[in-house]
Design a protein around this ligand. Structure first.
Ligand code: HEM
Length: 416
């Protein structure tokens, strides 16, 4: 089987290929990239729960990519980054990044950033999220047609994350722009030419943008996430300024687009399953179950990446040291061995154990926040959706092999 996880062949509908892999080659070595594609639930869980065999440190892949560049190209990129950020190149090289660390370093870092996501803090955002949902609904209520992605699914998470961080409201468009460039440049067509993708420019712009804000919060802390992060920088194991910028970068990618896509994917799935829409509209207490089922059915992250360590083996397949291993979350979530009749959206099913937020030490830091946003938005939007339909039959997907979402979702009011 020639399945390749990084090409576009299956981008719009990867599920039939996932099913075939689960049945015929559950640990499949992709012929071109050499990545090991893990499609069954049980094996995906094994990888995610075994950081001692499957590392999150994918920086080795950058080293491989760098080796494909000339020495001059490499020097130019490094110069651009360190001069742009006015940084010592060694400082940049040694910076930790939460999502790429393994235990025990990961645990130390996670403990620091967890302080910004305590249940008390998350509860404190609830009322504001509801206000933002109502603002978005006021923009669309009664309109003959509108794009759900543009009017609701994009503005809500970007406003929430900016407010949580403590970014001035007038700068939110920058955050959205940066997050789009990072997704496309990191997991879409931008990868074909890293120098031209704009990713470096975003890192530089964000670093320059954050510097005065971090300085201001250090002098005068506020009730926001940046204050928590700069406060954490005081201790021994605290974060350096570069690490804070890299963490904010991670939040932009991990927390923004994903929540947008959860909302878009959920609404699209409801349009395909009118009986489920009617069921939730009749019983709003089902909204949290709808959110979990939408995550299982069509989650925003198709797969995560790991690197095999010495002696790794999975389902009897030996995996060479340094090989990429990809637990396909969206396939595990449709594994019929774990979730019966998996291709059916069913808000009454038991979704416990779905992998849309990952599992193990890197389990999504923002899961509670994402659930809160999605529940608030769907609670208000589901009754509205009863009177709406797709404005066009065709669907347009985000340009990424790893992130799954709708680029647009034009809706129009049904004829009475
Ligand atoms: C529906 C929305 C979301 C989905 C589907 C999602 C999914 C994921 C997944 C699968 C991982 C695990 C990555 C891995 O194992 O390598 C992850 C990690 C992470 N997510 Fe989310 N996420 C969502 C929303 C958010 C939000 C709203 C935030 C923050 C505000 C966030 C912040 C993070 C961070 C910081 C990590 C890294 C955790 C670590 O490495 O310890 N995510 N997310």
């Amino acid at each position: 089987m020639g399945y390749e996880p990084f090409d576009r062949t299956h981008r719009d509908d990867p599920f039939p290929a996932y099913r075939a892999l689960r049945d015929e080659a559950p640990v499949h070595r992709a012929p071109v990239s050499g990545a090991f594609v893990v499609t069954r639930y049980e094996h995906a869980v094994e990888v995610l729960k075994s950081p001692e065999r499957f590392s999150s440190d994918t920086r080795v892949l950058n080293r491989v990519r760098r080796r494909q560049m000339s020495a001059l190209q490499q020097a130019r990129l490094l110069w651009k980054l360190t001069a742009g950020l006015r940084l010592n190149p060694l400082r940049m090289r040694d910076a930790r990044m939460l999502i790429l660390e393994d235990p025990p370093a990961h645990g130390l870092m996670r403990a620091i950033v967890n302080r910004g996501f305590t249940p008390r803090r998350i509860r404190s955002w609830e009322k504001r999220i509801e206000e933002l949902v109502h603002e978005a609904m006021d923009r669309v209520r009664g309109r003959v047609s509108f794009d759900f992605i543009e009017e609701v699914a994009v503005p809500l998470p970007v406003t929430v994350i900016s407010e949580v961080l403590g970014i001035p409201p007038e700068d939110r468009h920058l955050f959205k722009h940066w997050s789009d460039v990072l997704i496309e440049g990191g997991t879409g067509s931008g990868l074909e030419d890293p120098a031209a993708s704009g990713v470096l420019d975003v890192i530089i712009e964000l670093g320059r943008y954050m510097r005065p804000i971090m300085r201001a919060r250090r002098a005068d802390p506020a009730e926001d996430l940046i204050s928590v992060l700069v406060d954490a920088s005081a201790g021994e194991a605290g974060l350096t300024d570069v690490e804070i910028v890299l963490f904010i970068l991670l939040l932009l990618v991990a927390g923004n687009e994903t929540t947008t896509n959860l909302l878009g994917n959920a609404v699209d799935a409801l349009l395909d399953h009118p009986e489920q829409l009617a069921r939730v509209a009749a019983d709003p207490a089902l909204v949290p179950s709808l959110v979990e089922e939408a995550l299982r059915f069509d989650g925003p992250i198709l797969f995560v990446r790991r690197i095999a360590k010495e002696g790794a083996e999975l389902a009897g397949v030996p995996i060479p040291r340094g090989a990429q291993v990809l637990p396909i979350l969206s396939s595990a979530n449709r594994d019929e061995r774990r979730f019966p009749d998996p291709d059916r959206l069913d808000v009454d099913r038991d979704t416990r154990g779905h992998l849309a937020f990952g599992l193990g030490n890197h389990f999504c830091l923002g899961a509670s926040l994402a659930r809160l946003e999605a529940s608030a938005a769907l609670r208000v939007f589901v009754p509205e959706l009863l009177g709406l339909e797709r404005a066009r039959p065709e669907r347009a997907f985000v340009d990424s092999f790893q992130v799954r979402g709708r680029r647009e979702l034009p809706l129009r009011r049904r004829a009475p």
